[in-house]
Write a protein that binds this ligand. Sequence first.
Ligand code: B12
Length: 300
Amino acid sequence: MATDKAEYYTVAAVARQIGVAPATLRTWDRRYGLGPNRHSNGTHRRYAELDLARLILMRKLITTGVAPAEAAVKALALKVNQRSAKLVKPNYAKEIANPAALIETLVRAATALDCALVKEVLSKQIKKHGVTTTWRELITPVLVQIGKNWEIGKDDIEVEHMLSEVLQDILRDSKVKISKPINTRPVLLACAGEELHTLPLHALAAALAERSIEVNFLGARTPISALTAVVQRSAPPAVFLWATLAKNGDHEIVSALPKIRPAPRILLGGPGWKVENCKVAIFVTDLDQACMEITRAIGA
Ligand code: B12
């Protein structure tokens, strides 16, 4: 039972908080009885904490692929006291049985701008399966799908931006602390030319950290002068350059790198490079191969 101190929310506030349209809330109320249990302020209907907790659960279950009618039954069954209502969370591990469902969940969550759900699901998967597997099996297909949705005009660019930020955080957070690196000189990771697509580079840095390999991460839009300076200063055993867009996969960058001894292994990754132009560099096709070539370059 709500006390005097209890908070009540308007339809607009609830819609904002859970990321659905007010019209959807009205439909859930009409169809499934998931409405405000209490009226306040005369004619204005207000949602109490428990109503809100039920709606949060409803939205999360739908995001994880549960049919709305089934989700509503589970949400209505939620009978907790007002204080703990906000803490109730669905068990994703139980709700999600296969990678395809997980990918769908993540795409839906990203589209709904539900950063918390994306973070929760992926952090757990990385803990369980490691960066390389999670990147290959889950994150790559999600990114490709989100890219397609943007291309056909289904999603706006904010979805891509939000997802990219969350993924960067997840990959940075999941980077294990290297107590004893197996390489004496850090590997150099950078994006070529004007490239802003840095996520594969973050994935590579996290995957290498799992293998106790230390890197110098130069990130987006690294100018040749910066690459040159780092190659001269730290003599990396390997240099990895990423390009998504063809205009950035300029092989002149490779030729412009200073010649040092021992020569670093030059690795190129991403769809922006023309494979047939790889003369002195090695083109790597995936995260596993990039890790393998780098491990070889440091002689481990
Ligand atoms: C996230 C994203 C962004 C983010 C990037 C944020 C960040 N910090 O990285 C933001 C919003 C900034 C962005 C901007 C733009 N983007 Co963008 N973006 C994407 C998205 C959704 C994911 C990119 C990504 O990380 N891909 C990594 C993997 C998933 O993709 P992949 O490289 O193709 O993977 C293949 C291989 O490379 C390999 N692989 C996968 N992972 C790894 C890892 C390693 C280490 C290796 C070696 C290999 C490897 O396996 C895959 C299968 O073969 C893609 C969609 C897509 N399909 O990639 C669009 C996409 C790349 N973007 C696109 C475009 C057009 C742009 C913009 C030009 C849009 C604009 N008009 O502003 C700008 C350009 C920015 C710039 N100057 O660089 C297009 C590119 C089309 C093209 N080839 O020309 C894509 C394909 C979207 C689309 N479907 O149209 N983008």
